[in-house]
Design a binder for this molecule. Structure first.
Ligand SMILES: [Zn+2]
Length: 146
């Protein structure tokens, strides 16, 4: 799934559950729930092109900026931002592992983690996938802005 829905869902979880010891791990695990729902992410493969990296960076920057602005007056903003980041961490781990294969050789559990992460993907065509991303974003925004 694109980064913006992951970021918004992680932030919404962090905002909705007062205890960070529960909300932050829940934000992390939300990543796998969203990846297991029908989505479109372009299925990039390493080595990543500049176009893929630029698109991913723009997507991430958009989502992170949106959350930063929405939570600007919230005293728990740092927890909300941490939830957003943790909800995207599995993709950073996967991307780092693909780009630097030595990581997987040095840290054996990464291979199982990445195999699980890659195995749960439910990729669909662009229009259907963007529709699910949009619906996910709207639902998360309801929880983030109430
Ligand atoms: Zn993922």
């Amino acid at each position: 799934m694109l980064s913006t829905p992951h970021l918004l869902v992680g932030a919404a979880i962090a905002r909705s559950i007062p205890n960070p010891a529960i909300s932050l791990p829940a934000a992390f695990f939300s990543h796998f729930v969203l990846d297991a729902t029908p989505h479109w992410d372009g299925s990039p493969s390493a080595p990543f092109s500049k176009k893929v990296v630029g698109g991913a960076a723009a997507d991430y920057l958009f989502g992170a900026t949106l959350i930063f602005l929405i939570s600007a007056n919230d005293p728990r903003q740092i927890v909300i931002l941490a939830g957003a980041f943790l909800a995207t961490l599995p993709d950073f781990i996967l991307a780092a592992s693909r780009h630097f294969p030595i990581l997987v050789r040095k840290i054996p559990p990464l291979k199982r983690f990445n195999n699980y992460h890659s195995g749960i993907q439910v990729n669909v065509r662009l229009a259907k996938g963007l529709l699910s991303a949009f619906a996910t974003c709207l639902a998360a925004l309801v929880f983030l802005t109430r």
